[in-house]
Ligand binder design. Structure first.
Ligand code: HEC
Ligand code: HEC
Ligand code: HEC
Ligand code: HEC
Ligand code: HEC
Ligand code: HEC
Ligand code: HEC
Ligand code: HEC
Ligand code: HEC
Ligand code: HEC
Ligand code: HEC
Ligand code: HEC
Length: 271
């Protein structure tokens, strides 16, 4: 108990190791795994926590598979002063996958005793691509200003999804975060597409002229949503004939170039 407390101090720890070696050779009983043939004892996993506090606690609380699939001594083979170089390379056990060829495992997996507590440095994209490929394809095939950003500009913690509204002001005051994704896909934000039932109010945020004209019009078009006519894709413009076919006799139509010559515009039909 006393020993464990002192071990928190590195200077003291160094003395302890010397003392501990002497103790053992002198055959003084310390509560460690017993030695074969009176030689220095081989440390077992149960011994580690007698002197080390942080590592066993970290593994116990958040060790993941480093708790369940390996032990302290699978990684730390030997111990000072007999063996000084006892910090394992990750590659000793993890190899063969693209992800395991990255440099600086501990930059993200800060503590090997809590391997899934991951932190990202700033300005990362390439390391993410060892596992995620779909997003970079969308970003590259549909160039936008998002393509120029690092993945970690938006995803500062692993698995965390940011709100658009954290960085952008909505087009209208009545627009909220969940509306953004009805028109935009984040990894291809300029490819605006939307469902047929999207509220015309969202279009009005930028097209108030069209909106105001339509709702003031007496014709039946005003019952229709913008997206009923401008289907699916932004800037799609329908032809009258797509919905109405050719409603008048050929003779009549031949004299006029366009439906609009008599009916005006779609947003304000003359009957
Ligand atoms: C009797 C106390 C004691 C026990 C038991 C003990 N250690 Fe240590 N350990 C120390 C001390 C003291 C140091 C510091 C040694 C030094 O810096 O020279 C140390 C250092 C280490 C280091 C760091 C080495 C480095 O290069 O920085 C590791 C890793 C380690 N111990 C792992 C273990 C493991 C795993 C066990 C159980 C198998 C264990 N220790 C059991 C006292 C102990
Ligand atoms: C999956 C491999 C692995 C396992 C399992 C593991 N360690 Fe470590 N340990 C490491 C690595 C790698 C480092 C070096 C970390 C660094 O450089 O930041 C380390 C560092 C240490 C250190 C020195 C730094 C510190 O955190 O104080 C001690 C002591 C230590 N381990 C003890 C233990 C003990 C005790 C256990 C079992 C409860 C254990 N380790 C289990 C890989 C492991
Ligand atoms: C002595 C072997 C050994 C060493 C050294 C080792 N690991 Fe592991 N690690 C394992 C094993 C075994 C698993 C479980 C693999 C599995 O089930 O697929 C594992 C799992 C992991 C996991 C997933 C954990 C989970 O709970 O899913 C991460 C992350 C990881 N290791 C990172 C590292 C890093 C980073 C290093 C170097 C600091 C390292 N490992 C060193 C043996 C090791
Ligand atoms: C840029 C940050 C980053 C770096 C650098 C990094 N990792 Fe990872 N690693 C991750 C993330 C993120 C995960 C996914 C964790 C999850 O599934 O929740 C992961 C998962 C893992 C896993 C478990 C899943 C699997 O594929 O088996 C292991 C093992 C692992 N890393 C080992 C390593 C090793 C070894 C290195 C160095 C060669 C390394 N990592 C470098 C971020 C990183
Ligand atoms: C070792 C493989 C690995 C690496 C490297 C990795 N990830 Fe992941 N990532 C995963 C896995 C597996 C999941 C799904 C499991 C989960 O939700 O934790 C995931 C989930 C995610 C999610 C959440 C997905 C959702 O549906 O909520 C985001 C966002 C993400 N990763 C971004 C990144 C970014 C950004 C990087 C680079 C800085 C990165 N990942 C590096 C394996 C990895
Ligand atoms: C972490 C901040 C951040 C988040 C979160 C974010 N963006 Fe952006 N976005 C930017 C930056 C920075 C630009 C470039 C601005 C500039 O250069 O004027 C940008 C540009 C855009 C552009 C214009 C693209 C171009 O090429 O002109 C659209 C559209 C856009 N974002 C939509 C979204 C949507 C929708 C979401 C949520 C799904 C979102 N953004 C989330 C930071 C962010
Ligand atoms: C402009 C900010 C931004 C950038 C840059 C960005 N993401 Fe995302 N990412 C998001 C948002 C927001 C979501 C949630 C999208 C949704 O819910 O539809 C997301 C979702 C994800 C997901 C979950 C699955 C999916 O596709 O919806 C993964 C994985 C992911 N991003 C990885 C990445 C990777 C890897 C990069 C870099 C190549 C990256 N992201 C770049 C903002 C961004
Ligand atoms: C009704 C569909 C729709 C909704 C909902 C929508 N957007 Fe847009 N957004 C657009 C269109 C269309 C453009 C492109 C205009 C152009 O071509 O210049 C655009 C452009 C942008 C731009 C580029 C700069 C600008 O203002 O022109 C950003 C940033 C953006 N949207 C963010 C958002 C955010 C954040 C939300 C959610 C609060 C959102 N959008 C909701 C359709 C929508
Ligand atoms: C963020 C603002 C924004 C939003 C929201 C928005 N638009 Fe647009 N829209 C624009 C801009 C900018 C243009 C290009 C205007 C120009 O070229 O003069 C445009 C052009 C158009 C055009 C004309 C294409 C052409 O060939 O002249 C149509 C049709 C259109 N939008 C329909 C819609 C519909 C329907 C919605 C709702 C689902 C919508 N817009 C939402 C900004 C927006
Ligand atoms: C996406 C389909 C669609 C498009 C495109 C479309 N309309 Fe219509 N239109 C309708 C529907 C639906 C009605 C209502 C029919 C009803 O209630 O009987 C209608 C009604 C009308 C009416 C009768 C108005 C009334 O109030 O009784 C006229 C005239 C008309 N459309 C002309 C046009 C012209 C001209 C164009 C092109 C500039 C056009 N439409 C484009 C679907 C469309
Ligand atoms: C009945 C179908 C229909 C409806 C409903 C409709 N439009 Fe249109 N819109 C058209 C047609 C057809 C054109 C091409 C010009 C024309 O012939 O009137 C057009 C043209 C446009 C244009 C480009 C020219 C201009 O007037 O600026 C914009 C922008 C536009 N519509 C936006 C909207 C918005 C926003 C709504 C909803 C408030 C809407 N439209 C509702 C059929 C419709
Ligand atoms: C020469 C002028 C003229 C032209 C050109 C014209 N229309 Fe008409 N249209 C009319 C008149 C007048 C009526 C009203 C007839 C009635 O009430 O019986 C009408 C009626 C309609 C109606 C039916 C309204 C209802 O209440 O049933 C539709 C739909 C329509 N037109 C669509 C079109 C389309 C689509 C075009 C272009 C292909 C077009 N029109 C070209 C003059 C025209």
């Amino acid at each position: 108990m006393k020993m464990r407390m002192k071990c928190k101090n590195v200077q003291l720890m160094k003395h302890m190791v010397t003392a501990f070696a002497i103790f053992l050779t002198a055959g003084v009983s310390v509560p460690l795994a017993s030695a074969a043939d009176g030689a220095r004892p081989v440390l077992s996993v149960d011994d580690c926590a007698k002197c080390h506090d942080a590592a066993p606690k970290a593994i116990e609380s958040n060790g993941g598979k480093h708790k369940t699939s390996v032990t302290c001594v699978d990684c730390h083979q030997g111990h000072p002063p007999d063996k000084t170089d006892i910090i394992p390379q990750c590659g000793m056990c993890h190899s063969g996958e693209k992800h395991f060829q990255l440099e600086g495992c501990l930059n993200c997996h800060k503590n090997p005793h809590t391997p899934l507590a991951i932190t990202f440095a700033d300005n990362l994209t390439d390391p993410c691509l060892t596992c995620h490929t779909e997003q970079i394809e969308q970003l590259k095939q549909n160039p936008s200003k998002h393509t120029e950003l690092f993945c970690t500009f938006c995803h500062t913690k692993h698995g965390e999804i940011p709100d658009c509204t954290g960085c952008h002001t909505p087009h209208a005051p009545n627009m909220v975060q969940s509306d953004c994704l009805t028109c935009h896909k984040v990894h291809m934000p300029r490819q605006v597409a939307y469902p047929d039932d999207i509220s015309s109010k969202h279009c009005a945020a930028c097209h108030d002229t069209a909106y105001n004209l339509l709702i003031a019009s007496p014709a039946k078009h005003k019952e229709l949503a913008c997206a009923y006519c401008h289907k699916s894709q932004h800037k799609m413009v329908p032809k009258c004939q797509d919905c109405h076919g050719v409603p008048h006799p050929d003779g009549m139509m031949q004299k006029f170039a366009a439906c609009g010559d008599c009916h005006g515009i779609a947003h304000n039909i003359n009957k």
